[in-house]
Design a protein around this ligand. Structure first.
Ligand code: FAD
Ligand code: AMP
Length: 479
């Protein structure tokens, strides 16, 4: 029986990062991965690299270039004749990126001395891991420490069973070889909006059916209101709130969808339907009942703030535990756990995790929203700066959106930053760092920002907290 210091189950951004960091720290590490991707290669990189973050961004970047060429070049005096898109080429480009990155994880394993094992892992009592190999044989590994990083899968809903042909989940929605004329999307969450953007940009008529009455309820309300306006009025997405899908029927290669809203029962027929109603932890057949690890009713492995399960030496990280289902959250948990196993005192700041929706404009946030602060009775002040007043955004002809900074009313400490606008994902990162260092809005206001940059909008929003923004008329005027 092989013996390891650390056995990691799952090679997604949580698992492979944990494995590499543990190996860097001198431990003997194995990482088990059960899936193969569409090219037949071992699915190193998990959801994120194979069917999540990376392929979706590849398609978002391709289609954004198409939209720019179709609609935005003319103001620059650039004319494009006979613009067209070859969808199979776009998909092949995406696949090439996936292949490069997933094989890169294999190379990193080799470089760091991590033993990659193909098979399905299962945690047994006495810190053993059973691996079902592809040929059905079973091998057992002895582990000083076990890190469970088995990730998540799309949620299915009974009214819309996925066939990956007409009714697809997020994985199938990355594989269309032609643009659907009429596309239905169930769920207006992060993934639903990103996939809607991809296909709407190429000319699909997109209708999003969202059961909740509120649009993006976890985003600051001022930002989500702006987002809805841009997505519906400028980009033509038909977002129907309070619309709960109750049934679907396949009819002659199309899908008839029944949903209920405040006016009663409604019907729409689509060429394709994307089901993007969230993800659930992949914890079935993963942990034997006698090993002391608890799983909650929704399937999440129960852990404390250090990702320790109730069984000594067994940890769980990433989408399979509480917290936002984000690649970078899982990766940082992986680093934390590897370092704690090595005896370091590493901890993670869960209050400072950025979240991004990669639409155009992007929506990015860190910290608390106005609504959360109000609910918690915390006094705050805000500063807002619109990209329409940014010289760099004007030069780029990309002026939709704003930066909103929120600081504590008395201490001035930054409590949150919410951005809708060009490069919002990268812009918000500077506030993530500022918040990690306990920065005040004034600290950011006193920092020198390069000109002309989009980052100046972040600077101006910080100045606006006290009514000191230079390039807008401040509503509040303080000395
Ligand atoms: P996963 O990535 O799900 O990896 C788990 C791995 O474990 C899988 O490879 C699985 O095959 C393997 N596994 C499971 N069970 C076993 C077993 N018993 N034995 C062996 N192997 C096993 N997040 C972001 O931060 N930014 C984004 O832009 C973003 N975009 C996304 C877009 C889409 C379309 C989707 C679907 C997700 C997106 N996400 C994004 C979410 C992100 O992909 C996940 O948060 C992240 O992949 C979770 O990492 P993980 O390592 O916990 O799990
Ligand atoms: P997220 O978890 O961010 O991916 O968002 C998924 C969204 O799907 C949530 O906003 C849910 O309200 C929505 N949703 C779930 N079930 C249904 C349904 N049957 N019809 C319409 N929307 C749904």
């Amino acid at each position: 029986m092989s013996k390891f210091d650390v056995v990691v189950i799952g090679s997604g951004p949580a698992g492979y990062v944990a494995a590499i960091r543990a190996a860097q720290l001198g431990m003997k590490v194995a990482c088990i991965e059960k899936s193969r991707n569409k090219t037949g290669a071992l699915g190193y990189g998990g959801t994120c690299l194979n069917v999540g973050c990376i392929p979706s961004k590849a398609l978002l970047d391709s289609t954004h270039k198409f939209v720019e060429a179709a609609h935005d070049f003319d103001v620059h005096g650039i004319s494009v004749k006979d613009l067209s898109i070859d969808v199979p080429t776009m998909i092949a480009r995406k696949d090439k990126i996936v292949k490069q990155l997933t094989s890169g994880v294999g190379q990193l394993f080799k470089a760091n001395g991590v033993t990659g094992i193909e098979g399905a892992g299962r945690v047994l009592a006495s810190k053993q891991v059973e691996v079902t190999l592809p040929d059905g044989k079973i091998e057992t590994l002895d582990a000083e420490n076990i890190i469970i990083a088995a990730g998540s899968v799309p949620i299915d809903i009974p009214p819309a069973p996925v066939d990956q042909d007409v009714i697809v989940d997020s994985t199938g929605a990355l594989e269309f070889l032609e643009v659907p004329k009429k596309l239905g999307v169930i769920g207006a969450g992060v993934i639903g909006l990103e996939l809607s953007s991809v296909w709407a940009r190429l000319g699909a008529e997109v209708i999003i059916l969202e059961a909740l009455d509120e649009f993006l309820p976890t985003v600051d309300a001022q930002i989500s209101k702006e987002a809805k306006k841009i997505f519906t009025k400028k980009q033509g997405l038909d977002i129907r709130l309070g619309a709960r899908v109750t049934a679907t029927e396949l009819v002659k290669g199309q899908v008839k969808v029944t949903y209920s809203d405040k006016n009663g029962e409604q019907k729409e027929t689509f060429d394709k339907l994307i089901v993007s109603v969230g993800r659930r932890p992949q914890s079935e057949n993963l942990i034997s009942a006698d090993c002391g690890v608890s799983i909650d009713q929704r399937g999440f492995v129960f852990v404390n703030e250090y990702c320790e399960t109730e069984a000594l030496g067994i940890y769980a990280i990433g989408d399979i535990v509480r917290g936002p289902m984000l690649a970078h959250k899982g990766s940082e948990e992986g680093v934390m756990v590897a370092e704690r196993i090595a005896g370091k005192k590493t901890a993670m700041n869960y209050d400072c995790i950025p979240g991004v929706i990669y639409t155009h404009p992007e929506i990015a946030q860190v910290g608390q929203t106005e609504e959360q602060l109000k609910a918690d009775g915390i006094e705050y002040k805000t500063g807002v700066f619109p990209f329409a007043a940014s010289g760099r955004a004007l030069a780029a002809n990309d002026t939709d959106g704003m930066v909103k900074m929120i600081a504590h009313a008395e201490t001035d400490r930054v409590l949150g930053c919410h951005i809708i606008g060009p490069s919002a994902a990268d812009l918000v990162q500077q506030i993530v760092i500022a918040m990690e260092f306990g920065s005040s809005a004034e600290d950011i206001g006193m920092t020198v920002f390069g000109h002309p940059t989009l980052s100046e909008a972040v600077h101006e929003a910080a100045l606006a907290v006290e009514g000191h923004a230079i390039h807008i008329a401040n509503k509040k005027k303080r000395k």
